[in-house]
Design a protein around this ligand. Structure first.
Ligand SMILES: [Zn+2]
Length: 60
């Protein structure tokens, strides 16, 4: 795994005013396949949270 970005494909650079997020110069941009995979996981989590929220609503 890349030591610069820890496999995240992005690096944070600090300057005087802000933190910049840049594509890792070693690994390059995140492959679309990985982005799709992450989106799927996020969608799953979102669905789980929504299910919990609606269950809570019904309980109240
Ligand atoms: Zn990297």
């Amino acid at each position: 795994m890349c030591n610069l970005c820890n496999g995240r494909h992005v690096v944070h650079t600090f300057n005087d005013y802000s933190i910049e997020i840049k594509t890792c110069p070693v690994c390059g941009p995140k492959p679309q396949e990985l982005i799709n995979q992450e989106n799927m996981v996020l969608d799953q989590k979102r669905a789980e949270v929504l299910a919990i929220l609606s269950a809570v609503k019904e309980a109240v």
